[in-house]
Write a protein that binds this ligand. Structure first.
Ligand code: GCU
Length: 440
């Protein structure tokens, strides 16, 4: 396996922090990052299924263990998401064109109004295949820099809100200095999805909570749920990933209501990197997501904390501790004491199909840790008579394994590529649509 660490995305992050947030994080890879497999500590994962006197059953998992694990992940990793419904929410169709993508799709742009007073809204972009005889299956995922980045389609509204700096695509000082239309087209593969009969729904994560290193929990959805006098979430309350996951569920509410066009039982949630962590947490909490995909989600996503390989909690506190709840930071350099590990997060998706994807040059995200977490989550699938991961051996690059949990290690960088989507589509064809694949 290639063991070049991922420097690019991380060093851009730290550089931006250094330049704009005036923190002491250096632009270099943290010097204590471990990329040596022989230095992974001997660790013991907290038990997924508790072994008390009676043998575990599907019922004891569903009624007792699963809710316990969700509470532990709330308490120590992501924080608890408010359960109260937002009264002010409203959905407004702002644009519709049945001739989008060369007449192959209908484009809808829908504004999900969260709070008219705070000017808080999620701008949802939806492409639905034309000519389908029944409601379409759908992939939904958040994007990093606005809907206009996912395709060059000139009718996509440009997101005017605050954006994190990214010199690669010309966002400097939180403003776009050049046209960002279609800059992340490869990450979304809109035409391919439409050709294969899938709808695509996406929204900018910053519409829900801006990914601002100077985070104050004041400009996203958190304040909508504060108690009188509260100004930030408590130690076990939701951080930014929790807010983004909540936003995905509000998008899902809309998609489910579109049942004449979108099949409500065939909606997959997908995310890359920090938004892969988010897709997992959204899929874990909201069982209406029929399939869950994590693309290179790494630390705080699909990989195991206890391996202490690549990114670790103490690397995240500055700059991005706000993605998690405050309690999470207590486990910096104390991963072995964390009451949970990420196999538990993955197991909350059971028995629904789950796909974990890693990349060889993304060692910062610990591909082996992602594979091992998927393997350790498999017993929850077995309780339902499902296969989990089909093999205990990590596959070589570009050789996907597809059980009810799918896994691949793509050759290459931290990214979402056409290769990744080819695997997701094959997996979704099989699990959402019941189409056999060539290996069946
Ligand atoms: C950084 C961060 C990762 C995250 C990634 C991303 O590299 O350290 O945890 O997954 O950014 O979201 O791009």
């Amino acid at each position: 396996m290639i063991t070049t660490p991922r420097l690019q995305a991380h060093s851009i992050e730290t550089l931006i922090v250094g330049l704009f947030a005036m923190t002491t994080v250096s632009a270099a890879e943290p010097p204590d990052t471990n990329y040596d497999e022989s230095k992974v500590p001997d660790y013991q994962l907290p038990p997924l299924i508790q072994s008390d006197a009676s043998p575990p059953t599907r019922e004891s998992w569903r009624q007792t263990r699963r809710p316990q694990l969700q509470s532990l992940l709330e308490e120590y990793v992501y924080g608890k998401t408010p359960r109260t419904a937002l009264e002010s929410i409203d959905y407004r169709l702002e644009e519709l064109d049945a001739t989008a993508l060369n007449r192959g799709a209908t484009r809808k742009q829908v504004r999900i109004l969260l709070d008219p007073e705070a000017d808080l809204a999620i701008d949802l972009l939806l492409y639905i295949p034309n000519g389908a005889d029944s409601p379409s299956p759908c992939f939904v995922g958040l994007n990093f820099y606005g809907n206009q980045t996912i395709h060059p389609d000139p009718e996509i509204k440009i997101n005017p809100r605050w954006m994190r700096g990214n010199r690669d695509i010309g966002i400097v000082g939180n403003r776009a200095t050049k046209d960002t239309r279609g800059v992340y087209q490869e990450r979304w593969q809109a035409e391919k999805l439409i050709d294969r009969g899938y709808a695509l729904a996406t929204a900018y994560c910053g519409d829900i909570d801006p990914d601002n290193y100077q985070h104050d929990y004041a400009d996203g959805v958190h304040p909508l749920f504060y108690q009188p006098g509260q100004t930030k979430p408590g130690p076990g309350e939701w951080g930014t990933i929790g807010a983004w996951a909540w936003g995905l569920s509000r998008i899902l509410d809309y998609l489910i209501a579109e049942e004449h066009q979108i099949h409500p039982q065939q909606i997959a949630v997908m995310g890359h990197s920090r938004l892969g962590k988010t897709a997992l947490w959204a899929g874990a909490q909201d069982e209406r997501f029929a399939l869950v995909i994590s693309n290179n989600s790494g630390c705080g996503g699909a990989s195991l904390y206890r391996r202490e390989f690549g990114e670790r909690i103490h690397h995240m506190i500055r700059p991005v501790g706000y993605w998690f709840c405050l309690n999470h930071a207590q486990f910096a350099q104390r991963e072995q004491e964390l009451p949970v590990d990420q196999h538990m997060l993955l197991a909350l998706v059971a028995p629904r199909p789950l796909y974990i994807a890693s990349a060889t040059r993304d060692q910062w995200a610990d591909p082996r840790g992602e594979f091992l977490a998927a393997l350790a989550a498999s017993p929850a699938y077995h309780l339902y008579g499902k296969s989990g991961l089909p093999s205990e051996t990590m596959p070589p690059p570009n050789q996907p394994q597809h059980g009810t949990i799918g896994y691949h290690l793509r050759d290459g960088d931290h990214a979402v590529t056409e290769y990744d989507w080819d695997q997701y589509l094959r997996f979704a064809d099989r699990h959402l649509l019941g189409k056999p694949t060539e290996s069946d």
